[in-house]
Design a protein around this ligand. Structure first.
Ligand SMILES: [Cu+2]
Length: 86
């Protein structure tokens, strides 16, 4: 078994609990390891208006808060090399 990026694992699983309302949830396709997760998170955070972005690798879900457009977030994910399920 090997990760697609060969990156050593970054543990980023310790967040828990409910996300407060108002977040934009995206279903991300193509992530296979924590490196992918971090790339998606970074891409989302680079979108203007995003306050915070949180990617859950297990659920393949990104939760974004802020005033960003969903379409801008989708574009950022796609530019990072992943895709968003409709
Ligand atoms: Cu990866």
């Amino acid at each position: 078994m090997s990760g697609c990026c060969g990156d050593s694992a970054h543990e980023h699983q310790s967040h828990g609990g409910a996300h407060p309302g108002g977040g934009i949830v995206l279903q991300i396709e193509g992530m296979t390891c924590s490196h992918c997760q971090m790339r998606v998170e970074k891409a989302l955070k680079s979108v203007p208006g995003v306050e915070s972005a949180h990617v859950d690798l297990a659920k393949k879900q990104a939760v974004v808060t802020g005033i960003a457009d969903r379409s801008a977030l989708v574009t950022a994910v796609e530019e990072a090399g992943y895709s968003v399920a409709a």
